[in-house]
Design a protein around this ligand. Structure first.
Ligand SMILES: [Zn+2]
Length: 223
């Protein structure tokens, strides 16, 4: 089967990436007959460049993909026409209906490459602030995209949906994600030849809290 992974280079989508790679490796170590071969997931990573303030994440994302001999399709969204209408203060960083657009683009790409599934990294820490990362939205969007294509076999999957950051980090370690190479900060601090996380933004605090917890996870992610 083929699947598109909406990939940002952050901990969430990188954990899914490594879980999918681990899933595929299982099929490399057994005698592959035609039935097993079907279960292998051919991956099509998709990165969306929407002028995010933390666009350095795309640079780190590419490095992680390269290390796994993968490349991503990069899709550019030009939001500049809307910028003059943005709300003041921090709200200017928020793009309403962002995920809705990302999902539509991802399924558009999926139909081009013949994939029936799109993976996203939504999880509990997104739940409070982003209504379009919640289970109800996922189910409703999946219904809408099926109607849109007149195809009941399209799937939007969020394997981390019920997990918090500490649990995701535990899975990341289980699947050997290079956690120190994963970008998570919203306010990258430029250094001579690289960037360092600010240590203070919401995402940095979430990561620090997750690292301070000892969480054990059982079994594999359900992909
Ligand atoms: Zn930060």
């Amino acid at each position: 089967m083929k699947a598109v992974l909406l990939y940002s280079g952050g901990l969430d989508s990188t954990t899914i990436l490594y879980a999918l790679l681990a899933h595929n490796k299982q099929f490399d170590t057994i005698v592959v007959n035609s039935k097993d071969a079907v279960k292998k997931i051919e991956l099509f990573p998709l990165m969306i460049n929407y002028g995010q303030k933390h666009s350095v994440e795309l640079h780190f994302a590419k490095q992680i993909l390269q290390a796994n001999k993968l490349t991503a399709k990069e899709y550019l969204i030009d939001w500049s026409s809307f910028r003059g209408q943005a709300q003041p203060g921090n709200q200017s960083a928020v793009h309403p209906h962002r995920n809705m657009m990302f999902m539509t683009i991802a399924f558009g790409y999926a139909s081009l490459v013949g994939a029936d599934t799109v993976y996203v990294g939504w999880n509990i820490s997104d739940d409070a602030d982003f209504p379009d990362c919640r289970e109800k939205f996922l189910e409703t969007f999946q219904d809408a995209i099926r109607l849109s294509a007149d195809n009941k076999k399209l799937f939007l999957k969020a394997p981390l949906l019920k997990l918090n950051k500490a649990e995701i980090l535990a899975y990341a370690q289980k699947y050997k994600v290079p956690v120190d190479k994963v970008w998570y900060c919203y306010r990258p601090q430029p250094q001579t030849s690289t960037y360092t996380p600010c240590g203070q933004c919401y995402s940095c605090r979430l990561m620090a809290e997750a690292k301070s917890k000892e969480v054990k996870v059982e079994g594999d992610l359900i992909l």
